[in-house]
Design a protein around this ligand. Sequence first.
Ligand SMILES: O=C(O)CCC(=O)C(=O)O
Ligand SMILES: [Fe+2]
Length: 283
Amino acid sequence: MLQIRRVGPQIGVEVTGVDVKNLDDAGFAPIYQAWLDYNVMVVRDQELTIEDFLAYSRRFGIVVPHPSKSTRHPQIPEITLLGINKFDAEGKLIDAIYRRGAEGWHTDGAYDVKPFKATQLYALAIPSTGGDTLFANGYAAYDSLPERLKQRLDGKMGAFTYGGRKKKRELLNEEDRDWTPVYHPIIRTHPETGRKSLYFDPGKIESVEGVSAAESDDLIDELTGHMIQPDAEYRHKWRVGDIVIWDNRCSYHRAAGDYPPDEDRVHWRVSIKERGAERLAAE
Ligand SMILES: O=C(O)CCC(=O)C(=O)O
Ligand SMILES: [Fe+2]
């Protein structure tokens, strides 16, 4: 029996009693709606091949390869491998892999003209302790902004790149490290729910357009302070077989990055764009 249950006050929903391999359109509709309503969705107890995972992921949009070529599956570029090859030839832990996504709250893909609509992970190996993923709601962040800040940001664009002001680009190949900024409205109306969200990522934004450099830095600090609101968080404790998908248009996330390094924590990961982004994705 399909069950859809909220797991956090303003973000997070859990789906049980379903095999995503056998979903027809009518079966998928309430699941997609639950995801739109609660931003982050956990589907428990799935047994999937890579092909199954890709087929299910394509129900949400177009699956595109991630710019980090070194962490792609060697035969299937649309699949990113998380937690694989985390030790170098000398046996030293590679932080960029072990702590991927743990440097701070972020949204995936803001460096693209068409950012990722969603990111979806499937858990293959989970450590005995730690390794959670944390989520927070961007609508709540927007709602928390004082009126003067909402007005100041109205129509303002942010310039975003991979690695942002710190230029943190070690997961990219050398030849892929030059990055031209792209521009997104900082107050973003979600194309499907019509709700306003704070579209923001302190690790990818380079500047707020139309203000001085000093004001831009101040605004970035101020907005960073609004991202995480009490009662608008969900912390996911992984089980093998979990699928978790999040909406990058209206949520933030970060990895806890705290599990025993000698244990495995492995996921397949896909980046999903809105339909209509096919042309851009192919460019
Ligand atoms: O490994 C995780 O928990 C999430 C990492 C992350 O930020 C991502 O996959 O986009
Ligand atoms: Fe991420």
